[in-house]
Design a binder for this molecule. Sequence first.
Ligand code: UDP
Ligand code: MG
Length: 141
Amino acid sequence: MPVERTLSIVKPDGVARNLIGEVYRRFEAAGLKVIAARMLQLGEREARSFYAVHKERPFYADLVRYMTSGPVVVQVLAGEGAIAKNRDIMGATDPKKAAQGTIRADLAESIERNVVHGSDAAETAADEIAFFFRSTELYPR
Ligand code: UDP
Ligand code: MG
C-alpha cells in the first residue's frame, strides 16, 4: 500500500465540543501522521468553493452555514493508504449508518453535524490539500 496524503477537517461542531484531541488521538492510534495543521474560520465564499461539488444538493446552503459557523482545524494526514484509512476511521456520513467505533458513530450529532471531513479519493485529496496548504507547509518537506 503506497504512502498517501489526505485532507482532514475537524468541523465547527467538533471544535466547539472539545473533540479536537479525541479526533487526533484516533488518527495517531491508527498510524496516521499529522504533517500539517491549522485552525481557521471559513468564509462563505471559501466554504461554497470547498463544497462546490455539492452545490446542486438540497443540503448545500445549510452545509455552508454550518461550516462557516465557527473555527475548524484542518490537517494533512499521511500514511499507508491514508485516504481510505481516514474514511474508515471517520465512518459513514450519517452517524446512524456509521460502523461502531468510528468517529461519526461515536461522536456525531447528525448527518450534517458529523465532526469531521475527509477527502474521498486521490484526486480530491490533492485538490483539497492545495486548497489549504502550500507544499512548503507539509512536513517533512
Ligand atoms: N451532508 C448533509 N446532509 C446530507 C449529506 C451530507 O448535511 O444528506 C453534509 C455533511 O456534513 C457531510 C457533507 O455534507 O459530511 C458532505 O457530504 P458528503 O456526501 O461529501 O459526505 P462525507 O464525504 O463528508 O462523508
Ligand atoms: Mg465528501
